[in-house]
Design a protein around this ligand. Structure first.
Ligand code: UDX
Ligand code: UDX
Length: 464
């Protein structure tokens, strides 16, 4: 399609887990729009142009290929593309601040603010700026102030369009979302900008799933959605600790309560802890926000969700340690999975990172296995690399090990030949199922001492 035929020119700044797949989907569904994705990281952009995409996401390459070169473009050239676009999505990272005021809780907005200044500097016409990154409530106002402070008499409308896609299912979530939330100011210009964004998604999503709201509600909804999801996991994880004490089975409890349609059955899988780039960061953001407004009880309530998650991770390591006769020193421990969940190569905030570090502190010999995340695991554990073994093949990872700990729920781990694995392990052999995905009775019958989460332990000797 010739350049002038495009009915909208959309730019996205930040070609990460959110910006890349979201723009690929928009471009694939809307050939009438020109969609350009820009990133400061040249390697990443080159990867987006190749068949080795910078992130692993099932189905993503097919979607990218439908549109790449037709109406989807990846580049590092920012200024020219700012000038050319009417709509700019900003999807740069907003990590938790590691310094100064709010360190450890509030979001580091330096990249966002830089984007706003870049846009202001390059723009020659009015634009709609769409917040895609998760941001503290009221960021839109601050950004509007920065953007409005221009001498060119340009007008910028800010729209909040928070991302609800989950990694591993990003393509499905983008193609068929529960809802898309679009918030704007309720002024004449704000409402026009809102409609312009609604129009994009209406190309493939039914209108009744396109929810609109004011700016603050949209920004807050993102933080609250993630906090509620994380809260469910912490709730069931807290119950898993109790189940182990009273010989209850957390899966049975989750099933029973999930049958209540008011509670629902999703997000009730007890685990070694939640990870990912969003949950912890967003809860801490909410906590910081509450503290800022003096809502200390509310802040403490949400902070406890993170505390239970930390507790669950440390409880898992303690279980390993005490089962292995109170010492893991020099014992070979195979970790099955390092990604923060299955079907992704992403390891950000993965519980596996904490568990590896704790085991290393105890001088265990840790072998990490994962079908997709070993590259990221190596980067995360850079300083320890010569002490850790990385082995994609789980059979080799488990060879001569004293224990296996399942940390990611990859299907692959359900299908292994555990008799073959058991035969080559040190005895007594232990398995810790941090995701409750294995057939525990079968493993016990093979000879393993089995430690599921939130269920009675299946052990061949009397527990101390
Ligand atoms: C990001 C945010 O972290 C999250 O809060 C939000 O909900 C969605 O956007 P994600 O896409 O997972 O999430 O982040 P990441 O994969 O780190 O991608 C951000 C990209 O922005 C990186 O590729 C980085 O190179 C790029 N970037 C960052 C820029 O292009 N310019 C900058 O100034 C800063
Ligand atoms: C999450 C939100 O789901 C998504 O809407 C938002 O846009 C970004 O943050 P994501 O981090 O990709 O998505 O993964 P998610 O599937 O929500 O899982 C987060 C963590 O919770 C993972 O570590 C997962 O293993 C864990 N989890 C999830 C559990 O431990 N138990 C469950 O029942 C569900």
């Amino acid at each position: 399609m010739a350049e002038e035929k495009f009915t909208k020119r959309i730019l996205c700044i930040g070609a990460g887990y959110v910006g890349g797949p979201t723009m690929a989907m928009i471009a694939a569904k809307c050939p009438q729009y020109k969609v350009t994705v820009v990133d400061i990281n040249e390697d990443k952009i080159n990867a987006w142009k190749s068949d080795e995409l910078p992130i692993y996401e099932p189905g993503l390459l097919d979607v990218v290929k439908q549109a790449r070169g037709r109406n989807l473009f990846f580049t590092t050239e920012l200024e020219k593309n700012i000038k050319e676009s009417e709509i700019i999505f900003v999807s740069v990272n907003t990590p938790t601040k590691t310094f100064g005021e709010g360190a450890g809780k509030s979001a580091d907005l330096q990249y966002w603010e830089k984007c706003a200044r870049d846009i202001r500097g390059a723009a020659e016409s009015d634009k709609i700026i769409v917040e895609k990154s998760t941001l503290p409530v009221k960021t839109a106002i601050a950004m509007e102030r920065i953007l409005s402070a221009n001498e060119k008499d340009l007008h910028f409308d800010i729209v909040s369009n928070p991302e609800f896609l989950a990694e591993g299912t990003a393509i499905r979530d983008l193609e068929n979302p529960d809802r898309v939330l679009i918030g704007s100011k309720e002024t004449e210009n704000g409402l026009k900008a809102r409609e312009s964004i609604v129009e994009i998604f209406a190309n493939w999503i039914p209108r009744d799933r396109l929810i609109t709201s004011n700016l603050m509600s949209a920004e807050l909804s993102k933080l609250v959605a993630n906090s509620f999801l994380a809260q469910r996991i912490s709730s069931i994880n807290s119950i898993s600790a109790l189940c182990e004490k009273v010989d209850a089975d957390v899966s049975e409890v989750a099933f029973a309560i999930g049958k209540d349609s008011r509670i629902g059955n999703r997000f009730l899988n007890a685990s070694v802890g939640f990870g990912g780039s969003c949950f912890k960061k967003d809860i801490l953001n909410l906590v910081y926000l509450c503290e800022t407004f003096g809502l200390y009880e509310v802040a403490a309530y949400w902070e406890s969700v993170v505390k239970i998650n930390d507790y669950q991770e440390s409880r898992f390591v303690q279980t390993i340690n005490s089962a292995l006769f109170n010492t893991v020193t020099n014992k070979r421990i195979a970790l099955f999975g390092f990604a923060f969940k299955a079907n992704t190569s992403d390891t950000r905030e993965s519980p596996a990172f904490y568990i590896t570090k704790k085991l290393m502190e105890e001088k265990a010999h840790v072998v990490i296995s994962d079908p997709k995340a070993l590259k990221n695991a190596k980067l995360d554990l850079k300083g320890y690399n010569n002490l850790i073994e990385y082995e994609e093949d789980p059979y080799k990872a488990a060879y001569k090990s004293h224990a296996i700990a399942v940390l990611t729920e990859w299907d692959l781990y359900k299908q292994l030949d555990y008799q073959r694995i058991y035969d080559k392990m040190e005895k007594p052999a232990f398995i810790f199922d941090g995701r409750n995905i294995l057939d525990h009775q079968k493993l016990f019958d093979i000879g393993f001492n089995v430690y599921p989460l939130g269920k009675p332990h299946l052990i061949h000797f009397k527990e101390a």
